[in-house]
Design a protein around this ligand. Structure first.
Ligand SMILES: NC(=O)C1=CN([C@@H]2O[C@H](COP(=O)(O)OP(=O)(O)OC[C@H]3O[C@@H](n4cnc5c(N)ncnc54)[C@H](O)[C@@H]3O)[C@@H](O)[C@H]2O)C=CC1
Ligand SMILES: O=C(CO)COP(=O)(O)O
Length: 328
């Protein structure tokens, strides 16, 4: 007999993370409705329980039902949004147009909107309310999909929504810890991508390990300053979503942001990205603008900005960074 939570849960975005989190949620609820923009992916999931694009060799839980229209999420009490930040606003507009009004919305996207400087949660607030839930942590989708030991952090202005999301997500191996800093949690996910690119660049230009870990430490401390400047708690950077995710994505070869940095350092930049999500590349300009506005001299952000936006030679940018590395 089913012992989990009797709730309709939806997930928007059948990519790496959307599929992985659906797999976790399916352990706790009767049905997960997974929205895929691409019809073929939805058909494959429903026919064979396989997402051929992202996990071709892995059988998904048969409690996951894929749909190709956002209308089908209308009855969901909770909806997780896992599309990249570049498609987030458009997705919310479509959800509104399809009559989705009363669901608890959860964001797992680790990016920031250019120009408006809005976090994904702040975009949700424009269309819905401030009761959304943020999920962020050292959570490679490739491991989440297998329900391997993982901790994630969640935060929300609504204690009730937080409790519901925790119930939907927590399994024996996928642990969920609440923190009391919504904006800080979102910024952790955004900033760690910039740290990951920075450390990737250093690896690409073959900086020694002592040097690379100095860069990692600097980025960690500068993230505290940035989080504090936007109204978050610096201590959030010590949590799984901060320390854990900075280290994971800065060091692991699995990280796309880290890999992008390595390729740039090796002068092998993939100009178009071929559809790969590089949130750090998309957010560095906005984060640099925020730092400048707040008069924060964040050397790791400046380093990544110089290489990615100003197109400075990575080795030259590193020399400049290193000159001032011990300056507060
Ligand atoms: N992959 C990972 O390990 C993790 C990723 N994240 C975050 O989740 C977000 C998504 O990342 P991934 O799932 O890895 O990317 P992905 O590229 O694997 O999947 C993204 C999916 O969203 C779909 N999509 C894009 N724009 C859309 C739109 N406007 N409407 C509907 N669907 C749309 C794409 O077709 C694709 O299926 C990013 O912000 C990332 O930082 C968070 C935690 C872990
Ligand atoms: O956020 C992630 C793991 O926590 C995934 O990082 P990448 O987007 O760099 O692969």
């Amino acid at each position: 007999m089913f012992k989990g939570t009797k709730m309709n849960v939806g997930v928007v975005g059948a990519g790496s993370f959307g599929t992985a989190i659906s797999q976790i949620i399916a352990l706790n609820v009767e049905e997960v409705i997974l929205y895929s923009r691409r019809k073929k992916i939805a058909e494959d999931i429903n026919k064979n329980s396989v997402n051929n694009e992202y996990y071709p060799n892995y059988k998904l839980n048969n409690k996951i039902r894929a749909v190709n229209s956002l209308k089908d999420l209308k009855e969901c009490e909770v909806i997780f949004i896992t599309v990249p930040s570049s498609g987030f606003r458009k997705t919310l507009e479509e959800m509104k147009n399809e009559g989705i009004n009363d669901s608890i919305l959860v964001t797992a996207s680790k990016g920031i909107e250019p120009i408006s400087s809005a976090t994904m949660g702040q975009i949700i607030q424009e269309y819905y309310n401030d009761k959304y839930v943020v999920v962020s942590g050292p959570n490679f989708a490739s491991e989440v999909v297998l329900n391997l030991p993982t901790v994630t952090n969640i935060a929300s202005n609504s204690k009730n929504n937080l409790n519901i999301v925790k119930k939907i997500l927590e399994t024996e191996f996928f642990k969920v810890e609440e923190i009391d800093d919504v904006i800080g949690l979102e910024y952790c996910g955004i900033l760690k991508n910039i740290n990951a690119v920075a450390n990737g660049i250093c690896e690409g230009i073959q900086i020694n390990e002592n040097g690379r870990y100095a860069i990692l430490t600097k980025g960690f401390n500068e993230n505290k300053k940035i989080v504090e400047s936007i109204g978050g708690k610096p201590s959030t950077i010590d949590e799984y979503c901060g320390f854990g995710d900075i280290i994971l994505t800065s060091i692991s070869k699995q990280s796309r942001n880290h890999t992008l940095g390595v390729l740039i350092g090796q002068k092998l930049e993939i100009n178009k990205g071929h559809g790969v999500v590089f949130e750090g590349k998309n957010s560095v300009k906005t984060i640099k603008e925020i730092c400048d506005k707040k008069c924060l001299d964040c050397k790791i952000v400046n380093f990544v900005y110089d290489v990615l936006v100003n197109k400075e030679v990575a080795k030259t940018a590193f020399k400049n960074l290193w000159k001032n590395i011990t300056m507060k």
